[in-house]
Design a protein around this ligand. Structure first.
Ligand code: FDA
Length: 389
């Protein structure tokens, strides 16, 4: 069977469905091909099942890319307010959780249903459950064989995401397609991912389950959010955020007591000389135990010299962990790297060297912070592409 379309979108995730709906509503005949049995699998599990669908603080500096300017155009033309208006038009209730993060009050399924309804308005065809067997390109048309069907179109959109969470069917397929057409790929690596500890720091695994609000730093990036100790190392929002900036071999620095001013331990010693170091920290008990053991400063504050207290303050404000790795793509929320932006138009997401080829969403080398930024990129890049095809 053969079908002729104006555009074929590979991948029915956040970006692909947005691009398809947009192009369909502009009168284009669009086919979405997804190998999974149902579209939008990552949307369904996102945000703990409530989909953190955007962030009202979206700005280009919250995205990581070899070209930090690339995302500006699409993000500027389709903003969080635009997506909120769409969500409101479907009467989907939502709330701001923290730090500008917007979540559905109910299930993430409402967002998938919104996208499917938008696709239906644009008469988009969706083919699921068959792997792409072959992609050809001749005489200005792309042909895609999936199952026993072949579809052709003058436009092909790569929207199959990145390799994070392979058990959901994620793979490096987008990179294979891009390379086949001569596009470059920035080395993909797991991001928004827990970090693992080894060596002496394995001892911190014993306090698995303990969390505290910290400032975590890697390179020039710093995030004030919760950190969580796990049986493999470190997780929690602050750690996931810095994981995107962390490089193997580098330490991450953690301010364990971000509200304390310099001199606070000496002041505590004057005010309450009889309390012990552990209590003075005011941290969860098992964390305080672990830190005091490593600081080797047990006992009452009155018996600890001021210089030792100052040294402890400095260490607590800049505690160095030396991760030996990450929990990898199996646990990564997103992928850093991907299809190189220098081969793409920032206005249309079209490949500069292959007329009709586009790449959008997580497949592209644009990665947002934790907190709804990645979906906003998927919506914005999908929209930019959908308007252009
Ligand atoms: P996406 O991965 O959504 O879609 C790709 C589609 O392509 C899938 O439907 C897949 O089946 C299909 N596909 C893959 N390979 C294929 C092939 N070979 N042939 C055909 N089809 C193929 N972000 C955020 O902003 N807020 C949040 O709350 C969360 N929460 C979250 C939780 C978890 C657990 C994860 C793993 C990720 C998040 N994210 C997130 C990140 C967010 O899910 C992600 O950035 C977007 O889904 C990316 O959208 P895309 O459309 O680019 O890819």
């Amino acid at each position: 069977m053969e079908g002729r379309y104006d555009a074929i979108v590979l991948g029915g995730g956040a970006a692909g469905l947005m691009a398809a709906a947009t192009a369909g509503q502009h009168g284009r005949r669009v086919l979405v091909i997804d190998h999974a049995p149902h579209v939008g699998a990552k949307i369904l599990i996102s945000g703990g099942g409530r989909c953190n669908f955007t962030n009202i603080n979206t700005a280009p500096d919250r995205y990581i890319s070899a070209n930090p300017h690339f995302a500006k155009s699409a993000l500027g033309r389709y903003t969080p307010a635009d997506f909120i208006a769409l969500v409101d038009s479907y009467r989907i209730a939502w709330h701001e959780k923290t730090l500008g993060q917007l979540f559905c009050d109910g299930s993430a399924r409402a967002i998938v249903e919104l996208l499917l309804a938008e696709c239906a308005r644009g008469r988009v065809e969706i083919a699921t459950g068959h792997a792409v067997r072959d992609i050809g390109h001749a005489d200005g048309r792309f042909s895609v064989t999936h199952g026993d069907r072949t579809a052709t179109a003058p436009a092909l959109v790569i929207a199959t995401g990145g390799p994070s969470i392979p058990k959901l069917g994620a793979s490096g397929f987008a990179y294979d397609v891009a390379r086949r057409f001569g596009l470059k790929v920035v080395e993909p690596r797991p991001a928004l991912v827990p970090l693992t500890l080894g060596g002496d720091e394995m001892l911190f695994r014993e306090i698995s389950g303990v969390s505290a609000e910290v400032i975590a730093r890697a390179g020039k990036a710093s995030f004030r959010e919760a950190a969580l100790f796990t049986h493999r190392g470190l997780s929690g929002p602050a750690i996931l955020q810095v994981s995107s900036y962390w490089r193997h071999g580098e330490p991450i620095a953690i301010d364990l007591l971000p509200d304390r001013r310099p001199g606070w331990l000496r002041d505590a010693k004057r005010a309450t000389p009889r309390i012990g170091m552990k209590r003075a920290l005011g941290l969860p008990e098992r964390l305080a135990d672990a830190l005091v053991e490593r600081l080797a400063l047990a006992g009452e504050l009155a018996n600890i010299p001021d210089r030792a207290l100052e040294g402890a303050e400095r260490r607590l404000a800049d505690w160095r962990f030396h991760p030996n790795g990450t929990e990898g793509f199996a646990k990564a929320e997103v992928t850093i790297g991907g299809i190189a932006t220098d081969g793409l138009s920032q206005k249309t997401m079209a490949a500069k060297s292959v007329p009709g080829l586009h790449a959008i969403g997580e497949a592209v080398d644009v990665t947002g912070w934790l907190g709804g930024y990645n979906f906003q990129w998927a919506w914005a890049s999908g929209r930019a592409c959908g308007e252009a095809i």
